[in-house]
Structure formats: structure tokens, C-alpha cells
Design a protein around this ligand. Structure first.
Ligand SMILES: C[S@@+](CC[C@H](N)C(=O)[O-])C[C@H]1O[C@@H](n2cnc3c(N)ncnc32)[C@H](O)[C@@H]1O
Length: 424
């Protein structure tokens, strides 16, 4: 954990990691944020354009050696870099030295962990394995909380129940989905746990007011669901907030509305989605399937561009299309293109050389994946900038804040934890 500010009176130190003097701690998050922001702004040509839509991003001409090195990567190396972001970052930093600074600014030192008392496995039996491990890590990295604790966007309330069993605090859960609320109530009742389950919308003023005098936990509450909480928590009298953010684009129509007055980076939905494209590596057959789907979409795009050009209308050739129904990807390339062309109003000629366009799609996909490697080097810095924006936003609203990683990125890449206590 990298604490940002003064320890609050009467509030136990987060993770026992507050070892620096007050002004220095405050500066750490702010300095990090401003340095990240400056580098991201300077380097925006590398991460704003998506090679899927822009086959030759402008940086390729400005930095031909980097483009050539990326395009020359063999499949095995590319696959390896995709599965090991740290190694990809090391390779890319040797080509693009500013990444050394960006990676250092985006890396948090390991933080202290509170040992969790063992849990009777029956009590956690219905929680999927990876979620169980994330919850254990999250709880282990929480500071001492007096409660009552309100779990924000709680799903089935697994986190709250785990916290109750580990620390004995009173827990409540807020969730919008009636089915998940019913499941949460059933699981709590089965464990004899008096966990209040509130069915409500996390963005409505009445619900936001529930945080009064609460320690609020938000594990993977998406985009606006955690940002609304941050915007209103001080006025609504929350005691503390512990947020592991995710899905930053959720609730953003055009551009990101920052929390901190220091924020000066403009992020659109594409950039916000880029921040979360790092996922736990999918099984091989899923990756192959995704690669095939991407090749088909690029094959269709190339075919449409050629048709547009033939009709003297190249201006439209790079336009994006809406998500494709999964069923269209189940048959073959010709079937896929025919369905998509009908929806997109593209008139196909009576004869199309399908193998040619499918092959072109594969070639474009191979190029896109290599150029994307460069863009992907910026996703963690963007994610850390977003988390720091939340952290500084909370400081500006009167909270003492610390920020760090609560688990390895292999468990979940959404592993940043912002802990904030209201200043007394
Ligand atoms: C990514 S899940 C996280 C669930 C849980 N915190 C966890 O880590 O397993 C997000 C949850 O937010 C809930 N949600 C979505 N919109 C909501 C809203 N407006 N108000 C309250 N909950 C909402 C969803 O139903 C879902 O359970």
C-alpha cells in the first residue's frame, strides 16, 4: 500500500504501512498522479488509436523501428507477451524508454496483510474458486473496521459474510438485482447471519444516503457505481470507503468525468475500455476462438472497404459496427459476412472470393495483435491514473487515503484497493 496522507485521529493505520511523514505521503499519490498524467498525455499517440480500427496508427511513421520490431514478433513470442504483461512491458521499454517511467509509476509495493482466521469450508462452499480467493485477499488487506459495514453492489453478499466471519463486524448488503438479493438472503439465513440485504439502485440519492456512519466496501462495483459513491460519500457521512474499482467505462456516455480537480487527461469510452482489457489469460480454445472471430470481423471490414472504394465512397470504409450476435460467428465466414452485410446495409456482389477475404482478415488480425501490444503497454498506467483520480478525489472531499494492490494481477487484474477514512 502507498498511503497518501495523514493518519486520521483514532483510525488504525492501514496495513501497518504508514512509515513516512505526513506531507511526503500526501505528495506521493499526487506526485505519482501528475507524473503519470504528463507521460500519458505526451504519449497519447501510442494508446488513443486502436489498431483494430486504425490499421496504421500515426506512431508507426514516427517510430518505424518500434513498428517493425512489433510486426516482426513470431507467434510464440507474441503469445508469451500477451500472457505475461510484465515481460511484455520489459521488452517494450527497451524499444520505448518512457515506459520505464510509466511502469515504475504504475507499480505499487507489496502491502502488509492481516492473517485471516480459517473459515469452515461449508460457509464458503457456494463461492466460485477465483471469487473466493479474491474475497479472501480483499478482506485480508482491509484495515480494522468497527462497522456496521455496507457492501456496495454486493451480488450475493459473499464478501460481507466472509468479513463477518473473519472480523465479527455487522454487515449489510446493497444490490439492485432481486434474484441476487434473494440468494444473498438465503445464504445469510442458512448461516444464521443477521445480514440486512437492501434491494436498491446504487446511483439513487436515497440509496447513496445509506452510507451514513458506515464502512463501505465496494469490490468490483462498476464505473459510475463506485464513482457516484465517491462523489457523495462525504456529504452523506460515510465513515470509510474501501473500493476495488472495475469497468471504468460503465455509465460514461462520452468522456470520463474526473473526481479530482488535478485531473487534466481526457479519456473517452475507448480509453476507459482499454484500461480493463487486461484479463486473466483465457483457456487456449477460448483464445483461438476470439482470434478467429477477430479475423472474421477484420476480413469483413476489408471487404466492405474494397466495396466502398469500388463505389467511390472510401470515406465510410473504416466505420465501426455494433457488436455481432454470437450466433453469426457459429457457421462459416461467408455466412457471417452475409448476415453482417445485411444488417449494416452493405450490398454484396453476387460472387465473392470468400477464402481471399478470410485470409486477408487473418493477416490483418496478426498485424493488429502486434501493434496492439504497444497500445496495451499503456493500459495499466491508465488504470492507475483512474484509481489515483478516485484517491485524490476522496482526499479533496476530506478523506485520508491509501492505495495499493490487494492481490496478484493473475488472480484479478482489477487488483487495486483504495482505502479512505473520513478525517475527524
Ligand atoms: C461485477 S458485480 C460485483 C459483485 C460483487 N461485489 C463481487 O465482487 O462479486 C457488480 C454488481 O453490481 C450490481 N449492480 C449493477 N448495477 C447496480 C446498481 N445500479 N445498483 C446496485 N447494484 C448494481 C450487479 O447486479 C452486480 O451484482
Amino acid at each position: 500500500m502507498l498511503p497518501s496522507a495523514r493518519p486520521a485521529k483514532g483510525v488504525p493505520p492501514a496495513h501497518g504501512a504508514r512509515t513516512h511523514s505526513r506531507p511526503k505521503l500526501t505528495m506521493q499519490l499526487r506526485t505519482r498522479f501528475l507524473a503519470l498524467q504528463a507521460h500519458l498525455e505526451t504519449c497519447h499517440a501510442y494508446w488513443r488509436p486502436a489498431p483494430f480500427h486504425d490499421p496504421q496508427p500515426a506512431w508507426c511513421a514516427e517510430h518505424p523501428a518500434l513498428a517493425a520490431a512489433a510486426l516482426a514478433l513470431d507467434d510464440d513470442t507474441l503469445e508469451h507477451h500477451g500472457a505475461a504483461p510484465e515481460e511484455a512491458a520489459a521488452w517494450l521499454s527497451s524499444q520505448l524508454p518512457v515506459l520505464h517511467a510509466l511502469n515504475a509509476l504504475s507499480t505499487f509495493p507489496p502491502c502488509a496483510v492481516h492473517a485471516l482466521p480459517p473459515l469452515n469450508s461449508r460457509l464458503h462452499a457456494e463461492v466460485p474458486g477465483r471469487k473466493k480467493a479474491q474475497i479472501d485477499a480483499f478482506v485480508a488487506h482491509l484495515p480494522t473496521l468497527t462497522g456496521p459495514v455496507l457492501e456496495w453492489c454486493a451480488g450475493k453478499g459473499h464478501l460481507g459474510r466472509r468479513l463477518h466471519h473473519a472480523r465479527g463486524v455487522a454487515v449489510e448488503a446493497l444490490e439492485i438485482d432481486p434474484g441476487l438479493c434473494a440468494e444473498a438472503a438465503r445464504l445469510a439465513a442458512r448461516q444464521g447471519l443477521p445480514q440486512a440485504i437492501v434491494e436498491g439502485d446504487a446511483t439513487s440519492p436515497d440509496t447513496l444516503a445509506l452510507v451514513r456512519d458506515r464502512d463501505v466496501l465496494a469490490l468490483h462495483a462498476c464505473g459510475e457505481l463506485h464513482r457516484q459513491l465517491v462523489r457523495t460519500a462525504a456529504d452523506n457521512g460515510a465513515r470509510s470507503l474501501h473500493i476495488a474499482p472495475c469497468c471504468y467505462a460503465h455509465g460514461v456516455t462520452h468522456t470520463y468525468r474526473p473526481l479530482s480537480q488535478e485531473a487534466a487527461l481526457t479519456l473517452d469510452r475507448n480509453a476507459l475500455r482499454l484500461a480493463v482489457t487486461e484479463t486473466v489469460t483465457a483457456p487456449l480454445h477460448d483464445r483461438r476462438r476470439l482470434a478467429r472471430d477477430q479475423a472474421w470481423k477484420l476480413g469483413f471490414t476489408a471487404l466492405r472497404a474494397a466495396l466502398d472504394e469500388g463505389r467511390g465512397d472510401p470515406a465510410h470504409s473504416s466505420r465501426a459496427f455494433r457488436p455481432v450476435p454470437a450466433a453469426w460467428l457459429k457457421a462459416d465466414f461467408a455466412h457471417f459476412c452475409t448476415q453482417l452485410a445485411a444488417r449494416e446495409g452493405v450490398q454484396l456482389p453476387s460472387r465473392v472470393d470468400w477464402p481471399h477475404w478470410e485470409q486477408l482478415g487473418v493477416a490483418r488480425r496478426d498485424q493488429v495483435r502486434r501493434l496492439e501490444l504497444v497500445r496495451h503497454a499503456f493500459r495499466r498506467p491508465i488504470e492507475v491514473w483512474l484509481a489515483l483520480d478516485l484517491a485524490l478525489g476522496l482526499e479533496e472531499r476530506g478523506f485520508e487515503v491509501s492505495l495499493g494492490a490487494f492481490c496478484a494481477r493473475t488472480l484479478t487484474p482489477r487488483n487495486l484497493l483504495i482505502s479512505a477514512h473520513r478525517r475527524m
